[in-house]
Design a protein around this ligand. Structure first.
Ligand code: PHE
Ligand code: FE
Length: 295
């Protein structure tokens, strides 16, 4: 397997982030080694076992419908047939993280960039940057869900717009993505469930986000989320809980332009802060929290 080609580092609110070539690449499926397929299989089986009863039904059902299996790394082409028919999204192969505007433009056109390479066996439990397992196992299933499929496209369009407004608007929007798409929880009649990709692709955080007494679990509120800093190198101090995807879509429907303007006058909250106005599901004990600054 070739190494991804890093072209530069970009300073963002997430720190210094490697930005790769923006090229769309054909998934080099024939070049995956037995070891790569085995890494996929190990992670797939481990997470599926863990996620039944922990991930949202929508996520698990969508993953089944896509026909992903532990036997081999899926072919993007095959997934695209199912995904295209379901919601019109297309997966495209990329080397890794894209510059923000390229990423937004793909989403706005219902194209989801998936990193083609998979982590090494010694990175099974943790890898700092998104790889194929995170992107494909974590993000792609919910694109089968009509509501979530629309949310992701609306986010892409909103990203293009926020990019034109300025860096502070982008910070607000990125926090929304972080606390929903990457680290979101959803309240169901059976209890809290995971839908965030950053959680479902991590064994440790799948357990921690639902079962640890340490983090806060707080009801989703758009502006509250947009003002909340987050962690990129540890588990989250706070998870935001939606009632339904319909709630998320309704809350994000309005034009954000005046909201960005208002939030520019306000301070951001530390990742672990609980406010008077919060709907608190669980107040975290804070045990084990890193004391250095949130991003
Ligand atoms: N409504 C947002 C805007 O006007 C766009 C958006 C939709 C952002 C959905 C995120 C999610 O900018
Ligand atoms: Fe991600």
């Amino acid at each position: 397997m070739n190494q991804p080609r890093r072209v530069e580092h970009q300073q963002t609110d997430k720190g210094s982030v490697p930005v790769y070539t923006t090229a769309v690449v054909e998934q080099p499926w024939a070049d995956y080694r037995a070891e790569d397929h085995a890494t996929w299989g190990t992670l797939y089986q481990r997470q599926r076992a863990l996620l039944v009863g922990r991930a949202s039904d929508e996520f698990l059902r969508a993953q089944d419908e896509m026909g992903m299996t532990p036997h081999a790394i899926p072919r993007f082409g095959q997934l695209n047939e199912v995904l295209g028919a379901a919601t019109g999204w297309t997966l495209i192969g990329v080397e890794g993280l894209l510059p923000e505007l390229d990423f937004f433009d793909h989403l706005a056109n219902r194209r989801f960039p998936v990193t083609w390479w998979i982590r090494r066996p010694d990175q099974i439990d943790y890898i700092a940057e998104p790889d194929l397992f995170h992107d494909l196992f974590g993000h792609v299933p919910l694109l089968m869900n009509p509501l979530f499929a629309d949310y992701m496209q609306a986010y892409g369009r909103g990203g293009v717009k926020a990019h034109g407004i300025g860096p502070e608007a982008l910070v607000n929007l990125t926090r929304l993505y972080w606390y929903t798409v990457e680290f979101g929880l959803i309240d169901t009649p059976d209890g809290l469930r995971i839908y965030g990709s950053g959680i479902v692709s991590s064994k440790g955080e799948s357990l921690y986000s639902l079962e640890s007494p340490a983090p806060n679990r707080i009801g989703f509120d758009l502006q509250r989320v947009m003002r909340t800093r987050y962690r990129i190198d540890t588990y989250q101090k706070t998870y935001f809980v939606i009632d339904s995807f319909a709630q998320l879509i309704a809350a994000t429907e309005p034009d954000f332009t005046p909201i960005y303007a208002r939030l520019a006058q306000r301070e951001a909250f530390p990742a672990g802060k609980v406010l008077e106005s919060d709907k608190v599901y669980t107040r975290g004990t804070g045990e084990g929290w890193a004391m250095d600054a949130d991003v």
